[in-house]
Design a protein around this ligand. Structure first.
Ligand SMILES: [Zn+2]
Length: 252
């Protein structure tokens, strides 16, 4: 067992962001601890193998999702991005913002004003311009190429469930036996066909909504990236692990 664990660890390549472009060439070398920043938030990167797949944990208060991803990236290849935050919102300039509401300029506008409605003249535009530049750099590292997909992991606390996504979805597959708070959102019709034949709740969202709230899923859709959101109840770690495993087995 100890030997197996070690070989797992050896497979986990932690790459330095400045070495990122060389990652494809230098596959079996351990790099110093790597990270990338966006909106003052640091994201730790953990890489395993050479897969194009990407994973991201965005909300610091959703600790089950963090544990699920830490477990998953040891077993499956790709690069995982972990936000360095204990809270949902992150400090930015003189306010706090939801990191999953700043993946468009329009979404960022609402996010910046949510906890600070009044900005001195010109300051809001400056903040938006800063986010625009950083977002582009961040997304260029985060987004997988055509052969991969991006999985985002979330947890819900109460209230939120798959039925709340119904209006934004083009197709839905809700299973009677499943808890409505555990579900997968995907943006690719082929992925939906495969995933919906399994045991889990799945919805397809492959049309941009009228109101862009700045979440990562819409930016993935704009970029034609296969995106999957794995949402479970907070505390349901084994459930979230199973859903991730299912996705990896069903998709290629
Ligand atoms: Zn979340």
């Amino acid at each position: 067992m100890i030997l197996r664990r070690q070989s797992f660890l050896n497979k986990i390549i932690v790459i330095h962001i400045f070495s990122f472009v060389f990652a494809r060439e230098i596959k079996n070398v351990s790099f110093p601890h790597s990270y990338i920043t966006f909106a003052n938030a640091k994201f730790d990167l953990i890489s395993n193998g050479n897969s194009s797949n990407r994973y991201i944990w965005l909300h610091g208060d959703e600790q089950t999702a963090k544990m699920a991803l830490e477990y998953h990236i040891k077993k499956y290849q790709g690069i995982a991005f972990f936000i360095d935050s204990k809270t949902r919102e992150i400090p930015f300039q003189s306010t706090i913002i939801d990191p999953n509401r700043i993946f468009s300029r329009k979404g960022s506008y609402y996010a910046l004003r949510k906890f600070k409605p009044d900005w001195p003249p010109g300051n809001l535009k400056k903040a938006l311009d800063i986010l625009d530049g950083e977002r582009e750099e961040f997304l260029n590292v985060l987004m997988p190429d055509k052969s991969g997909y991006l999985i985002s992991l979330h947890n819900n606390f109460r209230g939120y469930n798959v039925y709340k996504e119904k209006n934004k979805s083009q197709k839905i597959s809700i299973k009677k036996i499943e808890n409505p708070r555990d579900f997968i959102i995907c943006t690719d019709a082929n992925d939906y066909e495969r995933l919906s034949s399994g045991p889990f709740n799945v919805v397809l969202q492959n049309k941009l909504p009228e109101k862009d709230d700045g979440s990562l899923s819409w930016e993935a859709l704009r970029r034609n990236v296969r995106y999957l959101n794995v949402e479970t109840r907070l505390g349901y770690l084994s459930k979230q692990k199973k859903m991730l495993k299912f996705i990896e087995e069903v998709l290629d």
